[in-house]
Write a protein that binds this ligand. Structure first.
Ligand code: BG6
Length: 464
């Protein structure tokens, strides 16, 4: 059977500025929370590899864009690092950053690769974090100024903008589960941070739509379908619905429908955790929803009714309302500890079609991080990552099914282009179509999956 996709389907990959560019002498970049955290606690990072080098995209972007061509990219997402463009978060613009992002955008376009640009990928400028980061409403104002500057500088050529990547992750990592700076556990602050992020997104969308630009603007969400252990057990179903409200619908509803889910509001109200808002905010969020939705899909969330009485913290936590369920026989990616459940991507598309007006969308990340890929290097020096090709096919079959049933899906971006720096996991797990040799000046070599993806993109599909 041939799995055929529309001729204008977007094929490509996603990266982020902080995970690929590196920090270079005299580049004028200010510190972000990642630079600061690494300075404070290098041991928190796998093998103590920090954010200074990453994959050296800052200097190797031309070579990388040629590799993108060879791996079938017709589109590519990266992010503009706020702390590179505006080192203090507000105020002076770094002209070296303007030059760098202009060069990258121009080089992509010259090679027929459409740039998709995201404005925030977990990388708060340290100068703003010191004043509270997303806890503070001033950060929302600063972010909107940053967004407007980006639209003015690059919007003549960039026609796909995204306000945030996975906005729930800094809420979870920074304020609940301690895997992002500032690493505190405080659900009240987490809610405020989430609220300000949602508000910032709507305000950036408003600014874009009010400008004379003619592209589209959206948001990228990591949607983790929330499956109850037993669909016939009301307590499991209720617990799964709460997890869905907190981790998915919080940003999905506010971004696509312009309103927060009523069950989430009730839950926060009951524990006196409603965020501080200002008059007019909710109307602004209602009137400024996304044109397009990026869906990052890695894993499902399996939930059962609360059984244990373990408390993760003194104060309230999401986990007070549910327990995680380890489904017997589930397929795991042992390197990342994430379940692989291909059908999840189809369930997301169906949900968007049935409950979110079939919003225009694309898969903006999907991928498989594997440790020790050196084991799979053949005598020609190529990583034979057949498991990644299988992973791709398994997901694409379900995406195709969604398409056939009428889902408004426009493309598929893999995480990621070249192996990159994965935050606290640094270079532990490799995700790329292109291997990066840390011991040889970050030398790049296309993996087997990269060649497979090239064929997929050239044929707009694959035979099975
Ligand atoms: C997504 C992020 O959560 O998944 C990326 O947008 C991240 O920044 C990717 O790198 C893979 O996750 P991880 O934690 O293994 O790097």
């Amino acid at each position: 059977m041939k799995y055929e996709f529309p001729s204008d389907f977007w094929w490509g990959s996603a990266v982020s500025g902080p995970q690929t560019e590196g920090v270079h002498e005299n580049d004028g970049k200010g510190a972000s929370i990642w630079d600061q955290w690494y300075q404070e606690d290098p041991e928190a990072f796998f093998d103590q590899v920090g954010p200074e080098e990453t994959s050296l995209f800052y200097t190797k972007y031309k070579e990388d864009i040629q590799l993108m061509k060879q791996t079938g990219h017709n589109s590519f997402r990266t992010s503009i690092q706020w702390s590179r463009l505006i080192p203090n978060g507000v105020g002076e613009v770094n002209q070296k950053a303007v030059e760098f992002y202009n060069n990258v955008i121009d080089e992509l376009i010259a090679n027929d690769i459409e740039p998709f640009i995201n404005l925030y990928h977990f990388d708060m400028p340290m100068a703003l974090q010191e004043k509270g980061g997303w806890e503070s409403r001033e950060t929302v104002d600063a972010y909107v100024e940053f967004a407007k500057i980006c639209f003015d500088l690059f919007g003549d050529r960039v026609k796909k903008w995204f306000t945030h990547n996975e906005p729930i992750v800094p809420v979870e990592g920074g304020y609940l589960y301690q895997f992002h700076y500032p690493n505190i556990v405080n659900m009240k602050k987490a809610v405020q941070v989430g609220y300000h992020t949602a508000l910032s997104s709507a305000r950036a969308i408003k600014a874009y739509h009010e400008s004379d630009q003619d592209g589209e603007i959206g948001i990228i969400l990591n949607l983790t379908p929330s499956y109850p252990r037993d669909e016939n057990n009301p307590e499991d179903v209720k617990a799964a619905k709460i997890a869905d409200a907190i981790f998915n619908r919080s940003f999905l509803d506010s971004s696509v429908k312009g309103e927060f889910p009523s069950d989430l509001i009730e839950l926060f109200d009951e524990i006196d955790h409603l965020p501080v808002t200002e008059p007019g905010d909710l109307e602004l969020i209602k009137n400024n929803t996304v044109d397009i939705l990026g869906v990052n899909y890695y894993q499902p969330r399996r939930i059962k009714a609360k059984e244990s009485d373990t408390k993760l913290a003194d104060g309230p936590m999401p986990d007070d309302y549910f327990d995680y369920y380890e489904m017997p026989g589930r397929k795991m990616n042992p390197h990342r500890g994430w379940e692989i459940y291909e059908k999840g991507v189809y369930d997301i598309l169906t949900n968007l079609r049935e409950n979110y007006g079939n919003i225009k969308c694309f898969i903006s990340e999907n991928g498989m991080g594997v440790e020790g890929e050196e084991k799979f290097i053949n005598e020609d020096g190529q990583v034979e990552d057949d498991y990644r090709i299988e992973f791709l096919k398994d997901h694409l079959r379900y995406i195709h099914k969604g398409l056939e049933e009428g889902s408004n899906i426009r493309g598929y971006h893999m995480w990621t282009c070249m192996d990159n720096w994965s935050w606290m996991n640094a270079y532990k797990n490799r995700y790329g179509f292109i291997a990066v040799d840390l011991d040889d000046n970050r030398k790049r070599t296309i993996k087997k999956s990269g060649y497979w993806f090239n064929e997929l993109s050239n044929n707009n599909g694959f035979n099975d």
